[in-house]
Design a protein around this ligand. Sequence first.
Ligand SMILES: *[C@@H]1O[C@H](CO)[C@@H](O)[C@H](O)[C@H]1NC(C)=O
Ligand SMILES: *[C@@H]1O[C@H](CO)[C@@H](O)[C@H](O)[C@H]1NC(C)=O
Ligand SMILES: *[C@@H]1O[C@H](CO)[C@@H](O)[C@H](O)[C@H]1NC(C)=O
Ligand SMILES: *[C@@H]1O[C@H](CO)[C@@H](O)[C@H](O)[C@H]1NC(C)=O
Ligand SMILES: *[C@@H]1O[C@H](CO)[C@@H](O)[C@H](O)[C@H]1NC(C)=O
Length: 284
Amino acid sequence: MSKQLLISLPILLVFIYLCTSTVAQSPAQAPSAQAKAHAPTAHAPSAQAKAQPAVQPPIEVPLVQAPPHKALTGPTNVTKILEKAGGFSVFIRILKSTQVINQVETELNNSNNALTIFAPTNDAFSGLKPGLLNSLSIEQKVQLLEYHFLPAFVPISSFQTVSNPVRTQASDTYEYPLNITTTGSIVNISTGIVNTTISGTVYTDNQLAIYKVDRVLLPLGVFAPRPRPPAPAPAAGVKKPNKDESPFSPVAAVDASAGVSFTRNGMVSIGVAFAAAVFVWSQF
Ligand SMILES: *[C@@H]1O[C@H](CO)[C@@H](O)[C@H](O)[C@H]1NC(C)=O
Ligand SMILES: *[C@@H]1O[C@H](CO)[C@@H](O)[C@H](O)[C@H]1NC(C)=O
Ligand SMILES: *[C@@H]1O[C@H](CO)[C@@H](O)[C@H](O)[C@H]1NC(C)=O
Ligand SMILES: *[C@@H]1O[C@H](CO)[C@@H](O)[C@H](O)[C@H]1NC(C)=O
Ligand SMILES: *[C@@H]1O[C@H](CO)[C@@H](O)[C@H](O)[C@H]1NC(C)=O
């Protein structure tokens, strides 16, 4: 009897080891599977997450006198703010003619939305090549305007820690890259065509910031379109990402977790078989 127990003891130990090791495996697997599932979306908040170490002192940009900050009953009226600040009539005119202003007002009417606007002055528009604006289609004008909008409230000091290229409301950051860097209190903006700096704060609350810029931010996508890197076969290039990205990686993730649960089940069955064997054996 005791001999049998002595022989079955190692088997029990093997069984216990198998059980604990599979149990120990499961919490380790779960987060990694989650990480995989979230990998495609992990890009989105990178602007906030990838903050560079803030070595520089806080930025102090001299404020262009902001309009009196009163509790507004309706949505913040961007037109009114720009009119009050003065010197932005061309920008206002284009915002209205393209109806982008309606989109802005609708967005700001939801207190969950936030916006940062780079407002080019009339002088900025005067500095453009004559006829440049009129040569643009409505779609191009809309992209040009949306390139001046960031879909977040960015206080002036936060430009120190943005990661480039910054996401604007224009279609994407490849065709519409916008880089923001700081030197001391200077906030530099670079489009690849135009370099400029923020020359003042027009307005700021916790939802909306409007900064004055003395150049129109000309995006590459409108004024110097460049081919995308995987250029050779556009048809294949369009097909592949669809096939690879959406169905493929989730399937791979499912396969991996199926494999894990298969081996876990396998180990448990082996363990159960051992336990049964030990039990039967010890009855003799
Ligand atoms: C915003 O203000 C302008 C005048 O400054 C006015 O014409 C316009 O109707 C206002 N918009 C809204 C939505 O109240
Ligand atoms: C703002 O939203 C409210 C409802 O949420 C709506 O009644 C109102 O008309 C909207 N105002 C504007 C200017 O869009
Ligand atoms: C910002 O612009 C200023 C003036 O144009 C320049 O001296 C400075 O080097 C620029 N800083 C960065 C980080 O590009
Ligand atoms: C913007 O920044 C990115 C990343 O730092 C860099 O690769 C790119 O060349 C920059 N573009 C411009 C126009 O400065
Ligand atoms: C913008 O600045 C970068 C470096 O900060 C420089 O390499 C580039 O030539 C400048 N572009 C223009 C159009 O001035």
